[in-house]
Design a protein around this ligand. Structure first.
Ligand code: ACO
Length: 334
Protein backbone atom coordinates (compact mmCIF):
# COMPACT_ATOMS: atom_id res chain seq x y z
CA UNK A 1 0.00 0.00 0.00
CA UNK A 2 1.25 3.50 -0.86
CA UNK A 3 -0.21 6.67 0.61
CA UNK A 4 -1.05 8.19 -2.76
CA UNK A 5 -3.92 10.60 -3.30
CA UNK A 6 -5.52 11.49 -6.61
CA UNK A 7 -5.61 15.19 -5.86
CA UNK A 8 -7.15 16.39 -9.13
CA UNK A 9 -8.51 15.15 -12.43
CA UNK A 10 -9.30 16.83 -15.77
CA UNK A 11 -10.08 15.90 -19.36
CA UNK A 12 -10.10 17.37 -22.84
CA UNK A 13 -12.35 15.92 -25.52
CA UNK A 14 -12.33 17.38 -29.03
CA UNK A 15 -15.63 18.93 -30.11
CA UNK A 16 -15.98 17.07 -33.41
CA UNK A 17 -18.56 14.32 -32.92
CA UNK A 18 -18.54 11.54 -35.52
CA UNK A 19 -21.66 9.37 -35.32
CA UNK A 20 -22.09 5.84 -36.61
CA UNK A 21 -24.31 7.30 -39.30
CA UNK A 22 -21.37 9.45 -40.47
CA UNK A 23 -19.21 6.31 -40.58
CA UNK A 24 -21.62 4.75 -43.08
CA UNK A 25 -20.59 7.48 -45.55
CA UNK A 26 -16.98 6.29 -45.65
CA UNK A 27 -17.16 2.49 -45.20
CA UNK A 28 -19.67 -0.31 -45.77
CA UNK A 29 -21.13 -0.47 -42.25
CA UNK A 30 -24.29 0.35 -40.32
CA UNK A 31 -25.26 1.90 -37.01
CA UNK A 32 -26.86 -1.43 -36.12
CA UNK A 33 -23.63 -3.42 -36.74
CA UNK A 34 -21.45 -1.01 -34.78
CA UNK A 35 -23.75 -0.68 -31.76
CA UNK A 36 -24.48 -4.42 -31.56
CA UNK A 37 -20.86 -5.57 -31.95
CA UNK A 38 -19.12 -2.79 -29.99
CA UNK A 39 -21.58 -0.65 -28.00
CA UNK A 40 -20.24 2.49 -29.72
CA UNK A 41 -22.70 5.16 -30.96
CA UNK A 42 -20.31 8.03 -31.60
CA UNK A 43 -16.75 9.12 -30.99
CA UNK A 44 -14.88 12.43 -30.82
CA UNK A 45 -12.16 13.05 -33.39
CA UNK A 46 -9.50 15.74 -33.30
CA UNK A 47 -10.10 18.72 -35.57
CA UNK A 48 -6.34 19.01 -35.76
CA UNK A 49 -5.64 19.55 -32.07
CA UNK A 50 -2.25 17.90 -31.51
CA UNK A 51 -1.68 15.33 -28.77
CA UNK A 52 0.42 17.80 -26.72
CA UNK A 53 -2.34 20.43 -26.90
CA UNK A 54 -5.05 18.06 -25.63
CA UNK A 55 -2.64 16.89 -22.91
CA UNK A 56 -1.90 20.43 -21.72
CA UNK A 57 -5.61 21.33 -21.65
CA UNK A 58 -6.45 18.26 -19.55
CA UNK A 59 -3.45 18.93 -17.29
CA UNK A 60 -4.52 22.52 -16.56
CA UNK A 61 -7.93 21.29 -15.40
CA UNK A 62 -6.40 18.60 -13.17
CA UNK A 63 -3.97 21.09 -11.60
CA UNK A 64 -6.80 23.56 -10.92
CA UNK A 65 -8.81 20.81 -9.25
CA UNK A 66 -5.78 19.82 -7.13
CA UNK A 67 -5.19 23.50 -6.28
CA UNK A 68 -1.55 23.13 -7.24
CA UNK A 69 0.74 25.44 -9.18
CA UNK A 70 2.69 23.94 -12.10
CA UNK A 71 5.91 24.75 -10.21
CA UNK A 72 4.88 22.24 -7.51
CA UNK A 73 5.08 19.31 -9.94
CA UNK A 74 8.09 17.00 -9.54
CA UNK A 75 7.34 14.67 -12.46
CA UNK A 76 5.24 14.85 -15.64
CA UNK A 77 4.47 11.55 -17.37
CA UNK A 78 2.51 11.50 -20.60
CA UNK A 79 1.11 8.15 -21.64
CA UNK A 80 0.64 8.06 -25.39
CA UNK A 81 1.17 5.84 -28.40
CA UNK A 82 0.32 8.75 -30.68
CA UNK A 83 2.78 11.56 -29.89
CA UNK A 84 3.34 14.47 -32.27
CA UNK A 85 7.11 14.05 -32.29
CA UNK A 86 9.64 11.30 -31.68
CA UNK A 87 11.66 14.11 -30.06
CA UNK A 88 11.00 15.98 -27.84
CA UNK A 89 8.62 13.95 -25.72
CA UNK A 90 5.01 15.08 -25.33
CA UNK A 91 5.72 15.41 -21.60
CA UNK A 92 8.44 18.02 -22.22
CA UNK A 93 6.05 19.98 -24.44
CA UNK A 94 3.41 19.85 -21.70
CA UNK A 95 6.04 21.05 -19.22
CA UNK A 96 6.77 24.07 -21.42
CA UNK A 97 3.05 24.79 -21.88
CA UNK A 98 2.41 24.71 -18.14
CA UNK A 99 5.65 26.34 -17.03
CA UNK A 100 6.37 23.44 -14.68
CA UNK A 101 10.11 24.15 -14.50
CA UNK A 102 10.94 21.88 -11.56
CA UNK A 103 9.52 18.70 -13.09
CA UNK A 104 11.40 16.00 -14.95
CA UNK A 105 9.36 14.73 -17.86
CA UNK A 106 9.02 11.64 -20.00
CA UNK A 107 6.56 9.70 -22.16
CA UNK A 108 5.41 6.17 -21.47
CA UNK A 109 4.03 3.93 -24.21
CA UNK A 110 2.17 0.86 -23.05
CA UNK A 111 -0.63 1.44 -25.60
CA UNK A 112 -4.07 1.33 -23.99
CA UNK A 113 -2.59 0.11 -20.68
CA UNK A 114 -0.41 3.22 -20.35
CA UNK A 115 -2.42 4.92 -17.61
CA UNK A 116 -2.38 1.88 -15.32
CA UNK A 117 1.40 1.48 -15.74
CA UNK A 118 1.85 5.21 -15.03
CA UNK A 119 -0.24 5.07 -11.85
CA UNK A 120 1.89 2.16 -10.62
CA UNK A 121 5.08 4.15 -11.40
CA UNK A 122 3.74 7.25 -9.68
CA UNK A 123 3.10 5.28 -6.48
CA UNK A 124 6.64 3.94 -6.58
CA UNK A 125 8.15 7.41 -7.14
CA UNK A 126 6.12 8.75 -4.23
CA UNK A 127 8.05 6.43 -1.90
CA UNK A 128 10.96 8.85 -2.47
CA UNK A 129 10.63 11.64 0.13
CA UNK A 130 11.85 14.18 -2.46
CA UNK A 131 8.84 13.57 -4.72
CA UNK A 132 5.52 15.14 -3.73
CA UNK A 133 3.36 15.72 -6.81
CA UNK A 134 3.20 13.83 -10.09
CA UNK A 135 1.15 14.73 -13.14
CA UNK A 136 0.02 11.84 -15.33
CA UNK A 137 -1.56 12.80 -18.64
CA UNK A 138 -2.99 10.23 -21.03
CA UNK A 139 -3.38 11.86 -24.43
CA UNK A 140 -4.20 10.09 -27.66
CA UNK A 141 -4.90 11.08 -31.22
CA UNK A 142 -5.45 7.48 -32.15
CA UNK A 143 -7.20 8.64 -35.35
CA UNK A 144 -3.69 9.33 -36.74
CA UNK A 145 -3.04 5.59 -36.88
CA UNK A 146 -6.41 4.51 -38.20
CA UNK A 147 -6.98 3.34 -41.77
CA UNK A 148 -10.36 4.92 -42.59
CA UNK A 149 -10.92 2.44 -45.40
CA UNK A 150 -10.77 -0.52 -42.96
CA UNK A 151 -14.28 -0.93 -41.54
CA UNK A 152 -13.20 -3.45 -38.94
CA UNK A 153 -11.00 -0.91 -37.11
CA UNK A 154 -12.02 2.63 -38.12
CA UNK A 155 -15.36 2.51 -36.31
CA UNK A 156 -13.71 1.67 -32.97
CA UNK A 157 -11.48 4.59 -32.08
CA UNK A 158 -11.80 8.14 -30.78
CA UNK A 159 -9.43 10.91 -29.67
CA UNK A 160 -9.11 12.57 -26.27
CA UNK A 161 -6.98 13.29 -23.23
CA UNK A 162 -7.27 13.06 -19.49
CA UNK A 163 -5.00 13.92 -16.57
CA UNK A 164 -4.62 13.15 -12.88
CA UNK A 165 -2.39 14.73 -10.26
CA UNK A 166 -1.04 12.16 -7.80
CA UNK A 167 0.22 13.53 -4.50
CA UNK A 168 1.64 11.93 -1.37
CA UNK A 169 -1.28 11.28 0.99
CA UNK A 170 -1.21 12.34 4.62
CA UNK A 171 -1.91 9.98 7.53
CA UNK A 172 -5.41 11.50 7.88
CA UNK A 173 -6.22 10.80 4.20
CA UNK A 174 -7.96 7.52 3.44
CA UNK A 175 -6.49 7.66 -0.10
CA UNK A 176 -3.98 4.99 -1.09
CA UNK A 177 -2.90 2.72 -3.91
CA UNK A 178 -3.61 -0.75 -2.52
CA UNK A 179 -2.33 -3.10 -5.21
CA UNK A 180 -1.40 -3.44 -8.87
CA UNK A 181 -1.06 -6.38 -11.20
CA UNK A 182 0.80 -5.52 -14.42
CA UNK A 183 1.84 -7.80 -17.25
CA UNK A 184 2.92 -8.07 -20.86
CA UNK A 185 2.66 -10.82 -23.46
CA UNK A 186 5.09 -9.73 -26.18
CA UNK A 187 4.85 -13.06 -27.98
CA UNK A 188 1.38 -12.10 -29.23
CA UNK A 189 2.39 -8.58 -30.23
CA UNK A 190 1.49 -9.24 -33.86
CA UNK A 191 -2.27 -9.02 -33.22
CA UNK A 192 -2.23 -5.23 -32.86
CA UNK A 193 0.41 -3.35 -34.82
CA UNK A 194 1.29 0.14 -36.06
CA UNK A 195 4.78 0.46 -37.51
CA UNK A 196 7.24 3.36 -37.10
CA UNK A 197 9.81 4.62 -39.63
CA UNK A 198 12.10 2.11 -41.29
CA UNK A 199 15.91 2.43 -41.30
CA UNK A 200 16.89 4.80 -44.13
CA UNK A 201 20.23 6.57 -44.48
CA UNK A 202 22.60 7.41 -47.35
CA UNK A 203 24.94 4.51 -46.59
CA UNK A 204 22.31 1.79 -46.82
CA UNK A 205 23.40 -0.81 -49.42
CA UNK A 206 21.17 -0.92 -52.50
CA UNK A 207 18.40 -3.43 -52.04
CA UNK A 208 19.16 -3.93 -48.35
CA UNK A 209 15.97 -5.39 -46.94
CA UNK A 210 15.17 -6.41 -43.41
CA UNK A 211 11.80 -8.07 -43.17
CA UNK A 212 9.21 -6.42 -40.97
CA UNK A 213 8.89 -8.06 -37.54
CA UNK A 214 5.11 -8.31 -37.88
CA UNK A 215 4.60 -8.93 -41.60
CA UNK A 216 4.79 -6.29 -44.30
CA UNK A 217 3.33 -2.91 -43.31
CA UNK A 218 3.70 -0.17 -45.90
CA UNK A 219 3.11 2.60 -43.34
CA UNK A 220 2.00 3.32 -39.78
CA UNK A 221 -1.69 2.41 -40.16
CA UNK A 222 -3.01 0.14 -37.46
CA UNK A 223 -3.78 -3.53 -38.14
CA UNK A 224 -5.64 -5.71 -35.71
CA UNK A 225 -6.77 -9.32 -35.34
CA UNK A 226 -9.96 -8.32 -33.55
CA UNK A 227 -11.04 -11.71 -32.25
CA UNK A 228 -7.59 -12.48 -30.80
CA UNK A 229 -7.55 -9.13 -28.99
CA UNK A 230 -11.10 -9.81 -27.79
CA UNK A 231 -10.20 -13.17 -26.20
CA UNK A 232 -7.02 -11.74 -24.63
CA UNK A 233 -8.92 -8.76 -23.25
CA UNK A 234 -11.67 -10.78 -21.56
CA UNK A 235 -9.10 -13.06 -19.91
CA UNK A 236 -6.67 -10.42 -18.63
CA UNK A 237 -9.33 -7.93 -17.63
CA UNK A 238 -11.04 -10.38 -15.31
CA UNK A 239 -7.94 -12.18 -14.04
CA UNK A 240 -5.83 -9.08 -13.31
CA UNK A 241 -8.64 -7.39 -11.37
CA UNK A 242 -9.17 -10.57 -9.32
CA UNK A 243 -5.43 -10.88 -8.68
CA UNK A 244 -5.04 -7.23 -7.65
CA UNK A 245 -8.09 -7.56 -5.38
CA UNK A 246 -6.65 -10.68 -3.74
CA UNK A 247 -3.33 -8.88 -3.21
CA UNK A 248 -5.13 -5.92 -1.68
CA UNK A 249 -7.26 -8.18 0.52
CA UNK A 250 -10.36 -6.60 -1.01
CA UNK A 251 -13.55 -8.42 -1.93
CA UNK A 252 -15.02 -7.33 -5.31
CA UNK A 253 -18.24 -6.34 -3.54
CA UNK A 254 -16.28 -3.67 -1.62
CA UNK A 255 -15.42 -1.86 -4.86
CA UNK A 256 -17.53 1.19 -5.63
CA UNK A 257 -16.54 0.97 -9.30
CA UNK A 258 -14.60 -1.15 -11.73
CA UNK A 259 -13.37 1.04 -14.59
CA UNK A 260 -12.16 -1.06 -17.52
CA UNK A 261 -10.41 0.22 -20.63
CA UNK A 262 -13.22 1.21 -23.00
CA UNK A 263 -12.57 -0.91 -26.10
CA UNK A 264 -15.78 -2.84 -26.66
CA UNK A 265 -18.92 -3.13 -24.49
CA UNK A 266 -19.04 -6.88 -25.21
CA UNK A 267 -15.50 -7.36 -23.85
CA UNK A 268 -16.48 -5.61 -20.65
CA UNK A 269 -19.70 -7.63 -20.28
CA UNK A 270 -17.87 -10.92 -20.82
CA UNK A 271 -15.10 -9.95 -18.36
CA UNK A 272 -17.68 -8.90 -15.76
CA UNK A 273 -19.30 -12.34 -16.05
CA UNK A 274 -15.90 -14.07 -15.76
CA UNK A 275 -15.02 -12.19 -12.57
CA UNK A 276 -18.64 -12.41 -11.28
CA UNK A 277 -18.83 -8.65 -10.76
CA UNK A 278 -22.10 -6.82 -10.28
CA UNK A 279 -22.86 -5.05 -13.62
CA UNK A 280 -23.86 -1.95 -11.61
CA UNK A 281 -20.20 -1.55 -10.53
CA UNK A 282 -18.85 -1.49 -14.08
CA UNK A 283 -18.34 1.83 -15.83
CA UNK A 284 -19.04 1.83 -19.55
CA UNK A 285 -18.82 5.10 -21.49
CA UNK A 286 -17.82 3.58 -24.79
CA UNK A 287 -21.11 4.62 -26.45
CA UNK A 288 -20.09 8.29 -26.51
CA UNK A 289 -16.31 8.19 -26.89
CA UNK A 290 -15.26 4.93 -28.56
CA UNK A 291 -11.81 3.59 -27.71
CA UNK A 292 -9.50 6.48 -26.74
CA UNK A 293 -6.61 4.14 -25.89
CA UNK A 294 -4.74 5.10 -22.70
CA UNK A 295 -7.05 8.08 -22.12
CA UNK A 296 -10.21 6.00 -21.71
CA UNK A 297 -9.82 5.03 -18.03
CA UNK A 298 -8.94 8.51 -16.70
CA UNK A 299 -11.73 10.08 -18.82
CA UNK A 300 -14.21 7.82 -16.98
CA UNK A 301 -12.56 8.56 -13.62
CA UNK A 302 -12.72 12.31 -14.22
CA UNK A 303 -16.40 12.12 -15.19
CA UNK A 304 -17.26 10.23 -11.98
CA UNK A 305 -15.34 12.70 -9.81
CA UNK A 306 -16.88 15.76 -11.46
CA UNK A 307 -20.39 14.31 -11.24
CA UNK A 308 -19.89 13.74 -7.49
CA UNK A 309 -20.38 10.01 -8.02
CA UNK A 310 -17.04 9.02 -6.50
CA UNK A 311 -16.31 10.06 -2.93
CA UNK A 312 -13.15 10.09 -0.82
CA UNK A 313 -12.62 6.78 0.88
CA UNK A 314 -14.36 4.72 -1.83
CA UNK A 315 -12.46 1.86 -3.47
CA UNK A 316 -12.01 1.61 -7.23
CA UNK A 317 -10.46 -0.95 -9.57
CA UNK A 318 -9.14 0.11 -12.97
CA UNK A 319 -7.99 -2.27 -15.64
CA UNK A 320 -6.33 -1.70 -19.00
CA UNK A 321 -5.29 -3.92 -21.89
CA UNK A 322 -3.88 -3.23 -25.32
CA UNK A 323 -1.11 -3.50 -27.85
CA UNK A 324 2.10 -5.15 -26.76
CA UNK A 325 0.21 -7.06 -25.70
CA UNK A 326 0.01 -5.37 -22.30
CA UNK A 327 -2.40 -5.40 -19.41
CA UNK A 328 -2.68 -4.04 -15.91
CA UNK A 329 -5.08 -3.60 -13.02
CA UNK A 330 -4.86 -1.30 -10.02
CA UNK A 331 -6.97 -0.99 -6.90
CA UNK A 332 -6.98 2.30 -5.03
CA UNK A 333 -8.90 4.21 -2.39
CA UNK A 334 -9.97 7.52 -3.95
N1 ACO B 1 -19.43 -2.99 -40.26
C1 ACO B 1 -20.01 -4.07 -40.84
N2 ACO B 1 -19.41 -5.26 -40.92
C2 ACO B 1 -18.18 -5.36 -40.38
C3 ACO B 1 -17.52 -4.29 -39.76
C4 ACO B 1 -18.20 -3.04 -39.73
N3 ACO B 1 -17.67 -1.95 -39.16
N4 ACO B 1 -16.32 -4.69 -39.33
C5 ACO B 1 -16.21 -5.99 -39.63
N5 ACO B 1 -17.33 -6.40 -40.27
C6 ACO B 1 -17.64 -7.72 -40.79
C7 ACO B 1 -16.44 -8.54 -41.13
O1 ACO B 1 -15.96 -8.22 -42.40
C8 ACO B 1 -16.99 -9.94 -41.05
O2 ACO B 1 -17.67 -10.21 -42.25
P1 ACO B 1 -17.60 -11.67 -42.91
O3 ACO B 1 -18.22 -12.58 -41.89
O4 ACO B 1 -18.38 -11.49 -44.15
O5 ACO B 1 -16.14 -11.94 -43.11
C9 ACO B 1 -18.04 -9.85 -39.93
O6 ACO B 1 -18.33 -8.46 -39.78
C10 ACO B 1 -17.59 -10.41 -38.61
O7 ACO B 1 -16.28 -9.91 -38.31
P2 ACO B 1 -15.57 -10.27 -36.97
O8 ACO B 1 -14.18 -9.71 -37.00
O9 ACO B 1 -15.75 -11.72 -36.69
O10 ACO B 1 -16.47 -9.43 -35.93
P3 ACO B 1 -16.40 -9.43 -34.37
O11 ACO B 1 -17.71 -9.81 -33.82
O12 ACO B 1 -15.19 -10.15 -33.86
O13 ACO B 1 -16.22 -7.89 -34.06
C11 ACO B 1 -14.50 -6.36 -33.41
C12 ACO B 1 -15.07 -7.22 -34.52
C13 ACO B 1 -15.55 -5.35 -32.99
C14 ACO B 1 -13.25 -5.63 -33.90
C15 ACO B 1 -14.16 -7.26 -32.19
O14 ACO B 1 -13.40 -8.37 -32.61
C16 ACO B 1 -13.40 -6.53 -31.12
O15 ACO B 1 -13.89 -5.62 -30.48
N6 ACO B 1 -12.14 -6.95 -30.85
C17 ACO B 1 -11.32 -6.32 -29.84
C18 ACO B 1 -10.83 -5.03 -30.37
C19 ACO B 1 -10.12 -4.21 -29.35
O16 ACO B 1 -10.41 -4.25 -28.19
N7 ACO B 1 -9.18 -3.43 -29.85
C20 ACO B 1 -8.54 -2.43 -29.13
C21 ACO B 1 -7.46 -2.90 -28.23
S1 ACO B 1 -6.85 -1.51 -27.45
C22 ACO B 1 -5.42 -0.96 -28.19
O17 ACO B 1 -4.34 -1.24 -27.72
C23 ACO B 1 -5.52 -0.10 -29.43
Amino acid sequence: MTKMKIAGTGSFLPELVVTNQMMTRIVDTSDEWITTRTGISERRLSSGEPTWFMAAEAARKALAEARLEPAQLDIIMVTTCTPDYYLPSAACIVQAELGAERAFCFDLNAACTGFVYALDMAARYLLDPQIHNILIVASENISKLVDYSDRSTCVLFGDGASAVVCSRGTDEDPSALLATKLGSEGRTGHVLVSRALKVRHPFLADGAVWPDRFGEHSDHTLTMEGQEVFKFAVRVLADSVLEAAAQAGVNLTELRYIIPHQANARIVEAAARRMKANPAQIISRIADFGNTSSASIPICLDELVRAGKLLRGEKVAICGFGAGLTYGAAIFIY
